[in-house]
Ligand binder design. Structure first.
Ligand SMILES: [Zn+2]
Length: 245
């Protein structure tokens, strides 16, 4: 590695977030990428009861956030597909597949996924992964940090890598843990989270695991963590809410 590259990399690390896409960039990219997803995939209309359900659950969780919880712009869509999955793009667009919705008996399970995905947005997990990738590129290739090189990422680039993106275990744990708290704050029954993990474990047998399991197939830890949090919680939880579609 040349001394120039090294010194650029070192001085760059002095300003901690220069490699990380800003909140404005995340929202802009996420919005563009969401528009591409809506063009490419079969997205159900707002009149569909499954879309209404997903939007209602999303809004219920968002309603517990403080006013200061900005600047994210959430949107909720349902894609007609057998895929057992859901994902959140940076900045706020959330997509569920009908293949996942079909697995749920209770609204609380859906809410557990929603809370998990929203945590990826709130905690900027994509942006931090991108920051680490940007840093690695600078170290490996000595890419110029000057002349606005960093903002060349397009929505197409984002989507090309997004579907195979694996968040770190630390990010997934945070999404589970904060997601649990959001679930409880929105007055859902967190048994929904336990049921969710059990359901997904069943459905991933022999196939491609859903996003929530893909980065680290559940070894029982996620179920155990949720159960421990339920036991420790002083709150009385409401009954599970059956989905009637
Ligand atoms: Zn996740």
């Amino acid at each position: 590695m040349s001394a120039v590259v090294l010194s650029v990399a070192l001085s760059a690390s002095a300003s901690a977030d220069m490699f990380k896409p800003s909140k404005a960039e995340q929202m802009k990219l996420g919005k563009q990428a969401a528009a591409e997803v809506r063009k490419k995939e079969k997205v159900l209309p707002d009149s569909d009861p499954r879309v209404q359900l997903v939007k209602r659950v999303g809004r219920r969780i968002l309603s517990t956030f403080s006013e200061k919880e900005q600047p994210w712009e959430y949107s909720f869509d349902v894609i007609e597909s057998k895929e057992v999955n859901a994902f959140a793009l940076p900045g706020g667009p959330v997509f569920f597949y009908t293949g996942l919705l079909e697995k749920f008996k209770y609204e609380d399970e859906l809410a557990a996924v929603m809370a998990h995905e929203i945590t990826h947005v709130r905690r900027e997990h994509w942006a931090y992964s991108q920051r680490d990738a940007n840093k690695a590129n600078v170290l490996l290739l000595g890419l110029s940090l000057f002349g606005g090189r960093r903002d060349v990422l397009s929505a197409t680039d984002l989507l090309a890598t997004f579907y195979s993106l694996k968040y770190s275990r630390q990010h997934e744990n945070q999404a589970d843990s904060m997601g649990f708290d959001m679930l409880v704050a929105a007055n859902y029954n967190p048994d929904g989270m336990v049921l969710l993990f059990e359901t997904l474990k069943q459905s991933s047998k022999g196939g491609k695991p859903p996003e929530f399991l893909s980065s680290h197939p559940d070894d029982g830890n996620r179920i155990r963590n949720a159960k421990t949090k339920i036991e420790k919680s002083p709150k009385e939880f409401p009954a599970l809410t059956k989905i009637n579609l």
